[in-house]
Write a protein that binds this ligand. Structure first.
Ligand code: 26W
Length: 821
């Protein structure tokens, strides 16, 4: 190992001279550039290679340790990993940020500038993908043998620009200059079959066997990305699969002499991992998506079992050695796939194979929205995965028999829990498959887990009472405080020492400092500096001036009707009206910032973005309002943008309709960064209130139960419209084209959805309470000292929301793995 390290020059990452030498070596030998003629981007790649070298050594040590410990492994299967940039994160986690910064300075470069050349790894849509990335960080930090498996999309989440107020999508060609963090593994290559047909035959012992033949094959090639834990944590592995054409596929056409056709076929199969589906809300009945799901599941299972079989004769010990976590239903074809491998390829009896399967898998549900629950047409399954469909039918037959035996005389129950939806064109219900094939099913916040049991999975909670649990989400404090908010991190470390970074509950030691005037002053100064930094970024990028002394009120998340960005905008319009009606009344100046992407095909969400921008144009263009109200839509919200915004947030908008946001994680990020929340009793907001105390959070609106009642009695949005003059005025302004004089009926679909359309997300029902709650926010903001006390308490009590805590819970309640020495 030492000889190996010597070859790379860096034996001691604390030795700045050594780093400089390595940097120049990398520039010459890996990037192929002469130091006298180099672009900043070349330096980024040279730097990334030096960092990767260091990671690689630790990574091999970690992998060797896991091997020697022969510890149980957990595999986290996810269609999405929203990692963001890696450079700063890796340097901070390895504890050599300052040394690298110095080394760069010595060759005349600024780390902050070089770091801007890194492309984001945006292989995810939003919450679900980012959660997977936080979990990888925690697994490594806790030194748990956790391995991520996913897809190496050529194109990640689209980037968003705003033109004339509308969202425009641009392809995210993130691999254009190469990905310096990955190792291509052309030797780790698995075959993935599609289509074909199933042939039934009898084997020598007279047993019926199934062969899946005449398949169309694609190869999955591995790319490995090292995932550095914090401090003396492990460096774990994320393995992403890229589609490659299989050679026999080509040969068919080559033999026919059709060279061009052969190459065409090759591109077609490689299209499989071309692009991330940019939709996290409507389910996509698209064939390519189902192919992506099976593709990465098939490759991952072969890889997992290859490793397992290296020192096991049979599969008896599989659940003791392997845990597989399904991040939502997207990878849940892994359940019939494992059964297929065990039964068809390894001759196990069904009962045994099924028992092993259930004990190996666990499933996390991330949404209750019916339109986001995956189902696939049976005909599509039959064509792409004929054997899997048979296996799903067999799981279903046995499951339904069992239910009928245990809860007899209830044909409706059988119809409801079936893995096949028989109505309206048969479909496979992936969530039902995931539940039946897993030993644990978890929701991602207390309320969500309760609602899961009482609504969408009520029957299953009765059938499998011990299967359903809650594990509240978390975020990694390394990225979301230690890295994103260096000034606050430094202040906290000065006050309570550095232990909090790997043990977030230690933040509670800050609580007594609320009574320390000097600490409050410094805490406020940090927030103020962060706001100024953000103001500078907004000026430089968007040419917008915002006042760092105004209240920074921020809602950043995917644009969706259930998250109710519309409620926010209605409140902004009301504020605008009040300010104009009373030009000389005292007021708290506000900067309302929104950001987020709309799914490209989600018409309403795109119209909401346009409305935000049209309202912003009117508000910001009104000289009467100067210094009192600003509205900013931040384009292209992504992980890097989030890291810039969150440290500057004072008011965190978490205003989804109660019962719709499974957990939320931006709510945790902002709490951890000293923002106060204005929110509904939804998702993890409820637990945030529990932690910070009801005096330190602004809660408004109907609860999930109250909403249920209201809907049962008959919810009438028109009554709210007629009953509240400010609400009526705001809606009328939108409807009459006040914000869109060039096209007065532009926002008719939005207004219609709220009035004629029944207001599915009860925006109008919560409007009055929201506006009143915002008034309370203003009052508190007028007392900076009182505000700061509460902000400090929010930080001090955010410890529970570390993803380290979430991962410990998974380790104990689901995976049955423990840290080993
Ligand atoms: C089939 C298309 C599709 C793709 C992704 C449907 C649904 C999804 C995800 C389940 C959507 C998602 O990201 N859910 C979010 O997960 C976060 C992590 O648990 C939660 O914090 C959010 O509340 C939840 O909306």
């Amino acid at each position: 190992m030492t000889a190996f390290r010597d070859a790379y020059g860096v034996t001691n990452p604390k030795d700045v001279q050594e780093l400089e030498r390595a940097l120049v070596n990398r520039l010459i030998y890996s990037i192929g550039k002469d130091p006298v003629d180099t672009q900043p981007r070349d330096w980024f790649y040279a730097l990334a290679h030096v960092v990767r070298d260091l990671l690689t050594v630790k990574w091999m040590e970690s992998m060797r340790n896991y091997y020697l410990q022969d510890a149980k492994r957990v595999y986290y299967l996810s269609m999405e990993f929203l990692i963001g940039r890696t450079l700063d994160h890796a340097l901070l986690n390895m504890g050599c940020y300052d040394e690298f910064k110095q080394a760069l300075e010595d060759v005349g470069l600024r780390l902050e500038e070089i770091a801007e050349y890194e492309e984001e790894a945006a292989l995810g849509n939003g919450g679900l993908g980012r959660l997977a990335a936080c979990f990888l960080d925690s697994l490594a930090t806790l030194r748990l043998p956790g391995f991520g498996y996913g897809i190496r999309y050529d194109y990640g989440m689209f980037s968003q620009s705003i033109q004339g107020g509308w969202q425009i999508e641009h392809p995210d060609n993130w691999l254009r200059y190469g990905n310096p963090w990955e190792f291509a593994r052309p030797d780790v290559l698995y075959r993935v079959q599609f289509c074909g047909r199933v042939v039934e035959r009898r084997d020598g012992d007279g047993r019926v066997r199934y062969d899946w033949v005449d398949t169309e094959d694609v190869m999955a090639m591995a790319y490995d990305i090292p995932i550095p834990g914090f401090g003396d944590g492990s460096v774990n592995n994320l393995r992403l699969w890229a589609a490659k054409a299989s050679r026999d596929f080509d040969l068919r056409y080559f033999n026919e002499g059709n060279y061009i056709k052969a190459v065409e076929q090759k591109t077609q199969s490689e299209n499989l991992s071309k692009v991330l589906y940019p939709d996290d809300t409507t389910q996509m009945g698209r064939e390519l998506r189902l192919r992506q799901e099976y593709f990465f599941v098939r490759a991952s299972l072969q890889d997992i079992l290859y490793h397992f079989s290296a020192d096991h004769e049979d599969f008896d010990a599989l659940p003791e050695e392997v845990a597989i976590q399904l991040n939502d239903t997207h990878p849940c074809i892994a359940i019939p796939e494992l059964l297929r491998i065990l039964v068809d390829e390894h001759d196990l009896p069904w009962e045994k194979a099924f028992d092993l399967t259930v004990r190996t898998f666990a499933y996390t549900n991330h949404t209750l929205l019916p339109e986001a629950l995956e189902t696939w047409p049976v005909w599509l399954f039959e064509r792409l995965l004929p054997r899997h469909l048979q296996i799903i039918y067999e799981i279903n037959r046995r499951f339904l028999d069992d239910v009928a035996r245990r809860l007899p005389g209830d044909p409706e129950l059988i119809r409801r829990v079936s893995l096949i939806d028989e109505g309206d064109g048969k479909r496979v219900r992936m969530a039902h498959l995931a539940i039946v094939g897993s030993h644990k099913v978890n929701g991602v916040a207390k309320l969500h887990s309760e609602l899961m049991k009482s609504t969408i999975f009520r029957d299953f909670a009765r059938i499998f009472p011990d299967r359903f649990i809650n594990i509240t989400n978390g975020i990694t404090p390394r990225r979301w405080l230690y890295q994103a908010n260096r000034p606050l991190a430094a202040l906290i470390t000065e006050a309570i020492g550095p232990g909090w970074v790997a043990d977030l509950e230690r933040l509670s030691e800050l609580a007594p400092l609320t009574e320390d005037g000097e600490f409050r002053r410094r805490f406020r100064a940090v927030k103020r500096a962060n706001k100024e930094r953000l103001a500078n970024l907004l000026r430089a990028r968007l040419n917008i001036d915002v006042d760092p002394d105004s209240l920074f009120d921020v809602q950043i998340k995917r644009i969706h009707e259930y998250k109710r960005q519309l409620l926010n905008i209605l409140q902004v319009i009301t504020r605008y009206n009040r300010l104009r009606d009373h030009p000389s009344a005292p007021c708290v100046p506000r900067t309302v910032i929104l950001g987020g992407k709309a799914a490209p095909g989600y018409r309403m969400a795109k119209l909401i973005i346009k409305l935000i921008n049209d309202v912003a144009a009117v508000v910001n263009g009104d000289p009467q309002l100067a210094g009192r109200l600003k509205v900013v839509f931040v384009p292209d919200y992504n992980v890097s943008r989030a890291m810039e915004l969150i440290p500057a947030v004072e008011l965190s908008e978490q205003i989804s309709t109660a019962g719709t946001e499974a957990s939320g994680t931006s709510n945790m990020k902002m709490t951890l960064n000293g923002a106060l929340t204005i929110g509904t009793l939804d998702g993890a907001n409820i637990e945030i209130r529990e932690q910070v105390g009801e005096d330190n959070i602004f809660i408004f609106g109907l609860t999930a139960d109250q909403l249920d009642d209201l809907r049962r009695r008959g919810y009438r949005p028109w009554d709210y419209y007629h009953g509240n003059t400010e609400l009526k005025r705001a809606l009328d302004m939108i409807a009459s084209g006040y914000f869109s004089p060039d096209q007065p009926d532009r926002f008719k679909p939005l207004v219609d959805s709220l009035l004629a359309g029944g207001d599915r997300y009860a925006v109008l029902a919560d409007y009055a309470a929201y506006v009143e709650c915002q008034d309370a926010v203003d009052r508190l903001y007028g007392d900076p000292d009182a505000w700061t006390r509460k902000a400090i308490l929010n930080v001090a009590r955010a410890g529970r929301f570390s993803s380290d805590r979430s991962i410990r819970e998974y380790a104990e309640l689901v995976w049955n793995i423990g840290p080993r020495p």
